[in-house]
Design a protein around this ligand. Structure first.
Ligand code: TTP
Ligand code: MG
Length: 376
C-alpha cells in the first residue's frame, strides 16, 4: 500500500527515555485562593468569574464541590446557576492570583534549574539531572507539594514521566492533590484504560473521528496497526498511536528552557527625519502593533516594557518599566512608552534616529486562560 511508504518511520530517539519530567498544576486555582482568603467558603459549591450582581458572565473556574453539579470553566453563569441554584459566586481578583502564581513559580525554581512555566498555575520541571531515579523524583514531588502547601495553603497535582505530555496526562488523572508517576516501561499500560480525550490536543473534533471508528480509549487505538492509524487519522493519528504504545513522541534533547522566548521587540529607523511628535507616535504605534500581535500569536502575556531611543549622533538610551501584573494590551504598552518618552521631550523630534519597543518578562498562557481578560 503506497501510503505505508510515506510513514515517517520510528527513529532511535523514540525508544529512548532519558528524561524525568515533573508537571505541576494547582487545584481549582482561583477558587482555592478565594477559599483560603475566606474560610467561610470551605466546602461550598463556588464559582469564580462573572458578575455576582447581574448573574452574567462566564465561569473562570469552580471548586470541586461545584464540579459535582457538572459546572466547569467556560460555562455561562446562567447555565451554572441552573445546575446549582445555591451556587456561591465571587468575582475574583486577578492581581491576587497573579501574585500567588509568581510566588509559587519561585518555589518551583528551587527544585530544578530547567523549568517551563506553562500557565498561571502550571509548570514543568526537568528533573533529569536533579534526581537519580523515579523513586527520588517522587520524594522530591512530595517535598514540593509540602512546600507549596506550607507557603501558600494550596494543593496541587503532579505528574512525573519521561516526557512533558505524559507528565501532564499523569497529573490530569489524579486531581485534586494527586501524584502520579508514569515509568517508561509502564506507559502503554497506564494509558490503556484512559479515554482518548485525556491526550492534550484531542478535542471534540478529533475525538468524534476516533469515536466514529470505535476508538474510545487509548487502549482501543493502541491495538490497531500503526499503518491504519496513519491512514485513518493522519499524522496526529500516528503520533497518538506511538504515544499510546509507549514510544517517546517528544524530543528529549529539548531542555525546554533553552527554547524559551525571553522577549519580543521591534526597532525602526526613520527613513526621513521625523518632523514632529506625531511622526514618532505613528512609528511607535506600528511597532507596538507588531509586537503585541506576535505576543498574542504565541499566547504570551508580558509585564516589562522597554523603550530604546537613538539620536542622530548615535547616542542611545534604553528605559524600562514593569507593570504590576502580566498583560496583553496595546494600550498599556502605549501608555508606558509615552511615560518613558517624557524624559526625552526636551529634544527635537528630528534629532531622533531610531526607536525600539520591547516587551519582556513573558509568561505563556493557555488557550483557556486567554479568556481571563473577559473576567477581570
Ligand atoms: P486550570 O488549571 O485549567 O483549572 P483549575 O486550576 O481551576 O482547576 P484544576 O484543579 O482542574 O487544575 O486553570 C487555572 C486557572 O486559570 C483557573 O483557576 C482559572 C483560570 N482559567 C480561566 O480563567 N478560564 C478557563 O477557561 C480556565 C480553564 C482556567
Ligand atoms: Mg489548575
Amino acid at each position: 500500500m503506497a501510503i505505508v511508504n510515506q510513514i515517517p518511520y520510528f527513529s532511535e530517539k523514540e525508544h529512548s527515555f532519558d528524561s524525568i519530567i515533573l508537571y505541576m498544576d494547582l487545584d481549582a486555582f482561583f477558587a482555592a485562593v478565594e477559599i483560603r482568603e475566606n474560610p467561610s467558603l470551605v466546602g461550598l459549591p463556588l464559582v469564580v468569574g462573572g458578575n455576582p450582581n447581574t448573574k452574567q458572565g462566564v465561569v473562570s473556574t469552580c471548586s470541586y464541590e461545584a464540579r459535582e453539579f457538572g459546572i466547569h470553566s467556560g460555562m455561562s453563569i446562567s447555565q451554572a446557576l441552573k445546575l446549582c441554584p445555591n451556587l456561591t459566586m465571587v468575582r475574583g481578583s486577578f492581581r491576587l492570583y497573579s501574585e500567588v502564581s509568581k510566588r509559587i513559580m519561585n518555589i518551583l525554581k528551587h527544585y530544578s534549574p530547567i523549568m517551563r512555566v506553562a500557565g498561571n498555575d502550571e509548570a514543568y520541571l526537568d528533573l533529569t539531572d536533579v534526581v537519580s531515579d523515579y523513586e527520588e523524583a517522587k520524594q522530591l514531588a512530595n517535598e514540593l507539594k509540602d512546600d507549596i502547601y506550607a507557603s501558600e495553603k494550596l494543593t496541587c497535582s503532579i505528574g512525573i514521566a519521561p516526557n512533558k505530555i505524559l507528565a501532564k496526562i499523569g497529573s490530569d488523572t489524579d486531581k485534586p492533590n494527586g501524584l502520579v508517576v508514569v515509568r517508561p516501561l509502564k506507559i502503554a499500560e497506564f494509558l490503556s484504560p484512559l479515554k482518548i480525550t485525556i491526550i492534550p490536543g484531542i478535542g471534540k473534533k478529533s475525538s468524534k473521528i476516533f469515536h466514529d471508528n470505535n476508538i474510545t480509549t487509548c487502549g482501543d487505538l493502541s491495538i490497531i496497526p500503526y499503518q491504519l492509524a496513519y491512514q485513518k487519522f493522519g499524522k496526529t493519528g500516528l503520533k497518538t498511536w506511538k504515544l499510546v504504545n509507549g514510544y517517546n513522541t517528544e524530543n528529549t534533547d529539548d531542555k525546554f528552557n533553552s527554547r524559551e522566548i525571553k522577549s519580543i521587540s521591534e526597532e525602526r529607523t526613520f527613513f526621513n527625519r521625523p518632523k514632529d511628535w506625531k511622526d514618532i507616535d505613528v512609528l511607535i504605534d506600528s511597532s507596538i502593533e507588531t509586537i503585541v500581535t506576535k505576543a498574542k500569536k504565541k499566547n504570551m502575556n508580558f509585564r516589562t516594557i522597554t523603550l530604546k531611543i537613538r539620536f542622530q549622533d548615535f547616542e542611545t538610551f534604553t528605559r524600562s518599566h514593569s507593570l504590576s501584573c502580566h498583560v496583553i494590551s496595546k494600550k498599556q504598552v502605549k501608555e508606558v512608552v509615552n511615560m518613558l518618552l517624557e524624559e526625552f521631550k526636551d529634544k527635537k523630534p528630528f534629532q531622533i534616529r531610531l526607536l525600539g519597543v520591547k516587551i519582556s518578562n513573558l509568561i505563556k498562557i493557555t488557550d483557556n486562560q486567554k479568556t481571563l481578560t473577559q473576567f477581570f
